[in-house]
Design a protein around this ligand. Structure first.
Ligand code: COA
Ligand code: AMP
Length: 630
């Protein structure tokens, strides 16, 4: 069957289609029903089944002849170390860590926060939770203590698993003081912290609460896999919304297993035993689905890479890793390829390595600009597949199903909807629009297995954020169009979310932080074009009456505030003091118009603007820092 037949089969009879895909998973009790309609637009998948995620990612491969196969290859150009862990070794390590969690009183359904850099222990921590039915929530290392505290209070973890430090090319990131600070700030306190001491920066331990990794294992006995219901949460992953409070995306166990397993062959075109590499971070959804779970569930070897596309040590790092570890399919963000292209425009580094093992490059996380795609196609001589997805869906909404049927690539389009996703373009009134017409991208309910069933402890917010605007649909927050061949184009976000180096950030959250500055009366944060990172955040602040300090001082304080309260990952470096912000007569700040001015684009004067002269003031201010060039 080709793509069209498979897509149609999933549309015509989702029940039969998804029960068939479920056969690739090992169940304690196989599902008899695929979709469960919970009423009021809420759905769950495989809720009648019993299963274990870790068993499917690890144990079954040990039993089925893959014990000696590499499960994880850790390649760390930052520390100059490499390590291979077989499935048998992974099983031993994960069972021991799961036992350590049990010894700390963690049981099925308890939450465990994981705050770790790109070391194999991060994946082991996720799997150890899955083994005993604990619900993990991984927090990205580039977030500040305050963001960690917000997540601790929201998911109330029984335990936290962390490392003493992470390693950025220019500095050691001391995780432990951030963790201690976050626990101090949070209302909720975990009972225990299991700490991986890294040689680069060991940390102090808090007595009675912190236990060192190996010592923690010694306190318990290896734990067996615990069966959980198909709709048991495997994890919570926080992602940016329009406000400072992140949204806790919930992932149910069974749908996650079935859907990810389907994608490994049909989208990424790898067979069991092949090496797959996603150069992302375990703190992001790409890391959850394609560093940890997806490849391991499908019996692939996964690469855990601790490094950057450039500077560790050079722009050939990606190609070295691919060549050295025999990577078949490689997945990264367009920003990473732009960084490589900027350092090595002629692709001289590519020529140094034998890349015959590589079948294709997959890009996601942000818009893939045509220049980057064409450059990668040319220097690699391999297909480059853009694909579109979100933390909420956990895997591709639209992509090129290369393992099923490689469709012609249209540059600028992530290709076509995957089975189970009925993607529609809607106008503001919720009516479907015709081909090549821009509108809101919405997905007809129900969403396929593996996608979010709700938000953690926030069903109302789930409805408000995704279900209420277009009844019967999931609102993606992206705008775009579908052409006459059914190819989808993603053009922009319809909300205040921006995408910086493939990292999803909330301008609303940044505004909340700036508004907390004692001298700031009013502010606006927008995303402006950035040649490397796609977008960069830029903040405009109006000062409280009577404040008479140098603007540069206040601007520097604003930059520091965001770094301290959200984290370095926000990459907030541009703050500007202005007299006034452009607004509509009803007082709404005209952020979209400000973006157009900063990017030097033409725009129509908003009909409802209160005072057009303010736009000239904004343009003049931007020009002083090199923006708003026409
Ligand atoms: N822990 C602590 N700090 C981190 C971090 C982590 N895990 N990841 C990033 N940071 C810090 C960086 O050190 C940097 O700090 P600085 O301001 O002190 O320099 C800041 O957060 C911004 O990081 P980043 O946006 O990654 O920019 P960069 O200039 O360090 O690197 C690239 C630029 C292009 C190399 C980098 O953005 C990259 O590799 N992008 C790929 C994107 C990607 O994989 N996205 C995942 C989604 S699929
Ligand atoms: P995240 O939840 O962090 O994965 O971010 C999801 C958002 O990133 C989407 O809603 C899009 O706005 C953007 N995005 C992800 N992949 C693509 C893509 N291939 N093309 C365009 N935008 C993308």
């Amino acid at each position: 069957m080709g793509y069209a037949e498979v897509y149609k089969a999933a549309q015509d009879n989702p029940e039969a289609f998804w029960l068939e895909q479920a056969q690739a998973i090992d169940w304690v009790k196989a599902p008899e029903q695929a979709l469960f309609d919970k009423g009021a637009d809420l759905y769950e998948w495989y809720a009648d089944s019993l299963v274990n995620g870790c068993y499917n990612a690890v144990d079954r491969h040990v039993l089925n002849g893959r014990a000696a196969q590499a499960a994880i290859i850790h390649d760390s150009p930052i520390t100059g170390t490499k390590e291979t862990i077989t499935f048998a070794q992974l099983q031993t390590r994960v069972a021991a860590l799961a036992g350590a969690l049990v010894a700390q009183g963690v049981t099925s359904g308890d939450r465990v926060i994981i705050y770790m850099p790109m070391v194999p222990e991060a994946v082991e921590a996720m799997l150890a939770c899955a083994r005993i039915g604990a619900v993990h929530s991984v927090v990205f290392g580039g977030f500040a203590a305050n963001e960690l505290a917000v997540r601790i209070d929201d998911c109330t973890p029984k335990a936290i698993i962390a490392a003493s430090c992470g390693l950025e090319p220019n500095r050691v990131v001391h995780y432990k003081p951030l963790l201690d600070g976050a626990i101090d700030m949070a209302q909720h306190k975990p009972d225990a912290c299991i700490i991986l001491q890294r040689a680069q920066a060991p940390c102090d331990m808090v007595e009675g609460r912190d236990v060192e990794w190996e010592a923690a294992k010694a306190l318990g006995t290896p734990a067996e896999c615990v069966a959980v219901a198909g709709n048991h949460p495997a994890y919570i992953l926080y992602t940016s919304g329009t406000t400072g409070a992140p949204k806790g995306v919930v992932r149910h166990t069974a749908g996650h297993l079935v859907a990810l397993n389907w994608t490994m062959k049909n989208i990424y075109n790898v067979d069991p035993g092949d090496v797959f590499w996603a150069a992302s971070d375990v703190g992001w959804v790409v890391g959850h689905s394609y560093i940890a779970y997806g490849p391991l569930i499908a019996g692939n070897t996964t690469v855990v890479f601790e490094g950057k596309p450039v500077g560790t040590p050079d722009a050939g790092t990606f190609w070295r890793v691919i060549s050295e570890h025999n990577v078949r399919s490689f997945f990264t963000a367009p920003t990473a390829i732009r960084a490589v292209k900027r350092e090595d425009p002629k692709g001289l580094e590519v020529a140094k390595y034998d890349l015959t093992c590589l079948r294709a490059l997959y890009l996601a996380g942000e818009r893939a600009d045509p220049d980057t795609i064409i450059w990668a196609q040319n220097v690699l001589g391999k297909p480059v597949y853009d694909h579109w997805w979100q933390t909420e869906t956990g895997y591709t909404i639209a992509g090129n199903p290369a393992g099923l049927e490689a469709l012609p690539v249209k540059i600028g389009s992530p290709t076509v909807p995957m089975p189970g996703y009925n993607v529609q373009i809607l106008d503001e009134a919720g009516h479907r629009v015709g081909p090549d017409t821009l509108g809101a991208i919405a997905i007809k309910l129900p969403l396929p297995p593996g996608t979010l069933p709700t938000l953690w402890n926030a069903e109302d917010r789930f409805r408000k954020s995704y279900l209420s605007h277009f009844p019967g649909y999931y609102e993606t927050g992206d705008a775009g169009m579908i052409d006459a061949d059914g190819y989808l184009y993603i053009m922009a976000r319809t909300d205040d979310v921006i995408n910086v180096a493939g990292h999803r950030l909330s301008t609303g959250a940044m505004e909340e932080v700036l508004a907390g500055h004692p001298d700031v009366a009013e502010c606006a944060v927008i995303g402006v074009n950035d040649a490397l990172k796609g977008q960069a955040p830029m903040g405009f602040v109006c000062l409280t009456k009577g404040v008479d300090r140098p603007h540069a001082e206040i601007e520097a304080e604003c930059v520091k505030r965001i770094r301290d309260q959200i984290g370095p990952v926000a990459a907030f470096k541009l703050a500007l003091v202005v007299d006034r912000l452009p607004k509509t007569r009803s007082g709404k700040i005209l952020r979209a118009t400000m973006v157009k001015i900063a990017d030097g684009e033409t725009f129509k004067l908003p009909a409802t603007i209160d005072d057009p002269a303010i736009l000239d003031e904004i343009r003049a201010a931007l020009q002083t820092i090199g923006y708003a060039k026409v």
